[in-house]
Write a new protein. Sequence first.
Length: 708
Amino acid sequence: MKGKKPENAKTDDLHMNTEDSSGEVMSNNQGLRVNDDQNSLTAGDRGPTLLEDFHFREKMTHFDHERIPERVVHARGEAAHGFFESYGDFSSITKAGFLGEKGKKTPVFTRFSTVAGFKGSSDLARDVRGFAVKFYTEEGNYDLVGNNMPVFFIQDAMKFPDLIHAVKPEQDNEIPQAASAHDTFWDFISLIPESMHMIMWVMSDRALPRSLSMMEGFGVHTYRFINKEGKSVFVKFHWKPKLGTHSVIWEEAQKISGQDPDFHRRDLWESIENGNFPEWELGVQLVEEKDEHKFDFDLLDPTKLIPEELVPVKILGKMVLNRNPDNFFAETEQVAFHPGHVVPGIDFTNDPLLQGRLFSYTDTQLTRLGGPNFAEIPINRPITPVHNNQRGGSMRQTINKGKGGYNPNKASGGCPFQASMADGGYVSHHEKIEGHKIRNRSKSFMDHFSQATLFYNSQTKVEQKHIIQALQFELGKVKSEAIRNRMVGMLTYVDQTLAEEVAKGLGIREIQKPEAPLNHSYPADSDPSDYQPTESKTKLKKSEKLSLLASPGKGIQGRIIAILADDGVDETSIKAFQRAIKDAGADSKIISTHSGSITASEGGSFTVDHSLMTTASVLFDAVLVIDGSKSTKSLKNDSLAIRFIDEAYRHYKFIGINGTGENLWDLTYASKNKLPKGVLFNKDPKSFIESISSHRVWEREDADQIPV
Ligand code: HDE
């Protein structure tokens, strides 16, 4: 960050482990000053390297071991520091201290991720995004480990390894990378109807965020809040982005993956560097215990959401991300999240997916971070003191004094003491549990299609079209005809027209309804009919908030506008647009026929951010051609400039054409339309910005006809 870094308790805590070499002498890991870091110790001028060369051995050994296993899922991610601020005292619903006082600030570290791709894959894969927040509270670390979609593919953690094996690259040739568009994924999905709701989300534009700061976050499971009186209330968590919810379309996503695979990572990094701090509000849906069974779905079923029409979202506070990490590996790679990291006031439900997660996250860190002491890694350690009787283990950092290490003891005066509830000791909610020891799926989980249909019906026409196209693409990549047919058959249970439209794209003339059983997720000695989907129950026909377009946010903050210009561009005009765009919290980049700089009409020099050869319109939110006859003449001679505008038109983006820029516009395919929608001729900066703040021109019917 430019200027002074915003301090918070965690940032202060990390200082003791940060290293800064400026002005320092080089030493080895033992603190010995290094005289020659360039040449090995050899026997003679041209002789072999000596085993004695401890400096070479230390340097090379460290390098040989500098990678750790990537996360088995969510391997690719990026993170930032910031804070959470409570809007009030919410102690009547939860005793969690970080929500107990108006204006109380808690440091956070938030990591976003894709799920299926490896660490080096593209940000713009069609995928769920992880949204994991570590709150460093005064009562210990609290992790809210969520996703950008409010439901999940499966209902029981037992199926997670199967789901991930199906979606990851196929096991013989490890193809394809970061993509669900292949046979094993759709084979699996077509056999488990419980995935249908999540499939609608993943096939929608939610899977292609424009920016990480333009997507929602969800806790997914139903959790519990516990107040001081020990009263429990069910809670679903939501993160609502200040910038609204926005996505790119699939064709752009594919091109961005080639042009800039780090698109989201770069955007997050740069917006923080530029002081445009991403912000979300934390909201909750609360359900009293007495209302647990009043819904037509089960609150413990992670394939269901609570429509906001039934339970509105109550906003509790905001999260601001305002500092980039100093070191990717030390912080972003080594951070270890766990839904079981909770504080008093937050507790679990019996959602079988959540229950399985409570085992998996510590277990996976043992391999990934190399042993049981990962909580001592600076980014993971709490800002509260840690005292217990855990000892030893690989890479132990803490030096525990005294002769103890057991409890109870008299020798150490009983220390460390257990904490009473009044003293912040965590006590699990006293839930009454009764039942037989069984492997089963509750009948209340068997309504697999209602909310898939609700989601589809709640989308605008454009969004529905994108879901259809996504399914045509994904299933179009599936080689097995049987899988394609089975999937299209399954879709008829969500929506008949959806299935028919997808079938058209796949050349399926006659849709075959899948044969019974529809659900193949049942135990060997059971009656399959006990596990089959039940009839749709949801009476709600539409839920407005399920459409991305329902939460557009305001203004153009976080957007990037491409300014096409060359030598001779009108200086007053380019300056006025640059200033207005910056003042609106957005960024502009000058794109020209060459790199370096351009000289404007009054002799001023402007740095070129990208030559046309090194960028593409898919990386920008809108395009602007500035007046200037010499400038337009050069741009006209570069076919990439013409393609730039046509492609932006095809992707429903606003295009600003000023003065002589019209000569360039006339060369585009798009200009065949004499009344083009969303093409803004000769607008002043203020009205240009006002117009483009609706971001996309979805009503542009001829967009698809542009052949770029
Ligand atoms: Fe995770 N998940 N998950 N997951 N998950 C992991 O933990 C797992 C699930 C989520 O930025 C792993 O530290 C199981 C739902 C995020 O570091 C692992 C099941 C949701 C992240 C694991 C689920 C998530 C993970 C891999 C089914 C949304 C990245 C590395 C029962 C509510 C955290 C790691 C980060 C990571 C297990 C399902 C969110 C293996 C068994 C549902 C955001 O422990």
